[in-house]
Design a protein around this ligand. Sequence first.
Ligand code: C2G
Length: 128
Amino acid sequence: SLMIKVITYGTFDTFHYGHFFLLERAKALGTHLSVCISTDEFNIQEKGKSAKLNFVDRVRIIKSLNIVDDVYAEKSWDQKIQDILKYNINVFAIGDDWEGKFDYLKSYCDVVYIPRTKHVSSTLIRGY
Ligand code: C2G
């Protein structure tokens, strides 16, 4: 049977319903969802901020979701093409706050920007 593999990337700090709705809609684009979660080092070095939850906890939460099939580490901005090739990905999906930023992936797979859920964020939950 045909498998349509979707991949998405994120920090998923203080997991909330905005993250869930994103993952749910990403999964709905195919039959298999891989989620690449940013490591603590990647967050500090590349995103310029540390998450409230460490990588191990953020992985545990995402892995617990029935809609998530595989979880990998995001260590670099530049791993997406190799991930797409390595895991035979058909669709790259991410929130539309990234609109246009990953169009270069269109040479390798479909690219879908999913509308963000309003009024919820890890920043609001953290309070700083
Ligand atoms: N998201 C959403 N609605 C929110 C908050 C987040 O739809 N209210 C989505 C984001 O658009 C993203 C995913 O949930 O697709 C994870 O969000 P973050 O953890 O903030 O991830 P981000 O910092 O955008 O990291 O290489 C890509 C980066 O790792 C993406």
